[in-house]
Ligand binder design. Structure first.
Ligand SMILES: *[C@@H]1O[C@H](CO)[C@@H](O)[C@H](O)[C@H]1NC(C)=O
Length: 450
């Protein structure tokens, strides 16, 4: 591995039509200070797990220090609190099945952005004002998950996968809609639960204007020139470009994106006879069509997100909505099934499999054991999460032994790595470390095919 193969990690791009799917893609997109779908899943789950332990322990009439459970913890730390007499090794073994399940959910969440069936489907991302369709998708998946888990004969893997699919769409509501721009201070409690999730903009109702959007021209570096062709890159930095009345009246809108198709395969096109919002980003062609700009909050950089300055708020709401999904699911299926679904107290068979995986130094795709969060909103410490992630990626790049670092590798998930299309996935770190050589001007750069 040489310096150039490392450098490229910082400059390659991928399709970003949602919160960035996972850290390496985000790294590639020069949005390394953004929170990704995989982190949102894990942080939301840790909170729900803390609540599970608190409730179970309280029912057992055990004397427990509830306040301590509420503090910032990793998954391992929560297990240690729940089982004070366990050794570190026992915690590692008994929490492994649960971590492995969360990892599966993270992978499926990421694949919503990479799978050709859902990548450009508005209802998988709350795009193009597809509020009812997106909500129906979540409701449908939720019903299936509950049905599967209540059937004690059913293998739970399918339900786990569907949780990943569902959470992706749920999380995107906060970075794609104008919920935050409306000034909301809490998540939308109706998504995935009932038909009516609030008033939605009419087909012929204007929702955005160009006013408030500033065009940015940015020179390409060598890798950007390779991936984008259009240089200098053009994108928009937008403030207050949503029609005031829309936000004031609490009417929902979301942005149109280029190259989208509904589930019947029909193109979903940004209208030209009424001023609708765009998603926006250097890759969204509709952002150059009046009204110019966009409203997404997927990343913390204007190159990907015209409303980049609201990204942290969107990520916080997405974590809360994720936690709420898990808490509600637990109410619906009961504690015993919830325990079974996530292997909180693993079976003998699960423990044996875990022992083998640990012995073989098997790694997770995305699950990061060092990630931690507490139960109060003020506890969300994104800076710490981001610093840890950089360490993990560096340890991966330089083969530094770090058992807690995930692989960020999706080569076992039928992702088409050969595609050069930025909407596909040539941008994932591949564990097989395929080195490609390309000619850039007179210099030769080597890079890992991510
Ligand atoms: C969305 O669903 C709600 C509730 O069923 C309904 O009142 C509304 O007309 C629907 N809106 C659109 C745009 O389909």
């Amino acid at each position: 591995m040489n310096i150039f193969s490392c450098l490229c990690i910082f400059v390659l791009f991928s399709a970003i039509i949602a919160f960035i799917p996972h850290p390496v893609i985000r790294f590639g997109g020069q949005a390394q200070d953004s929170i990704t779908h995989t982190e949102i899943v894990q942080l939301g789950f840790i909170r729900s797990l803390a609540r599970f332990f608190i409730d179970v322990k309280t029912q057992d009439r055990n004397k427990i220090d509830i306040q301590n459970f509420k503090n910032e913890h990793t998954i391992d730390e929560l297990y240690q609190l729940a089982h004070p007499d366990w050794t570190k090794d026992k915690i590692k073994l008994y929490s492994y099945p649960l971590k492995s399940i969360i990892d599966t959910i993270q992978v499926r969440n990421v694949l919503v952005d990479l799978n050709p069936l859902t990548q450009n489907l508005p209802s998988a991302h709350f795009d193009s004002e597809s509020f009812n369709e997106s909500n129906h998708r979540i409701m449908r998946l939720r019903m299936k998950i509950i049905e599967d888990v209540r059937d004690s004969n059913k293998n739970l893997d399918s339900a786990r996968g569907k949780i990943g699919d569902l959470l992706h769409t749920l999380q995107d509501f906060y970075s794609h809609s104008n919920w935050i721009e409306m000034g909301k201070t809490e998540i939308n409690p109706y998504i995935g639960i009932q038909e009516n999730i609030g008033r939605i903009a009419e087909i012929n109702q204007a929702t955005c204007h160009t006013r408030g959007c500033k065009k940015v021209l940015s020179n390409c570096n060598i890798f950007q020139a390779y991936f984008f062709k259009n240089c200098p890159m053009e994108y928009y930095d937008c403030k207050e470009n949503i029609v005031d009345e829309i936000n004031k009246q609490g009417i929902l809108t979301s942005g149109y994106v280029s190259n989208q198709f509904n589930d019947k395969g029909e193109p979903v096109v940004k209208p030209s006879n009424v001023e609708k919002c765009s998603h926006g980003s250097v890759m969204d062609k509709t952002s150059h069509q009046v009204p110019m700009g966009g409203i997404n909050k997927d990343a913390k950089t204007p190159m990907f997100s015209p409303h980049y300055y609201l990204h942290d708020q969107a990520a916080k709401f997405a974590i809360e909505a994720t936690e709420r999904f898990f808490n509600d699911l637990r109410k619906d299926i009961g504690d015993t099934n919830f325990d079974r679904l996530f292997a909180i107290n693993p079976t003998e068979e699960q423990i044996q499999k875990a022992a083998i995986a640990i012995k073989d130094h098997e790694k997770f795709h995305f699950l990061t054991s060092t990630l931690s969060i507490g139960l109060s909103t003020g506890d969300i410490n994104f800076d710490k999460t981001l610093k840890q992630r950089i360490q993990k990626i560096i340890s991966l790049l330089f083969n530094i032994k770090d058992d807690t670092a995930p692989t960020y590798d999706l080569s076992d998930s039928e992702v088409d790595k050969s595609s050069v299309n930025i909407h596909a996935a040539p941008l994932l770190i591949d564990n097989s470390k395929t080195i490609k050589r390309r000619q850039f001007g007179r210099r030769r750069y080597k890079w890992i095919m991510i």
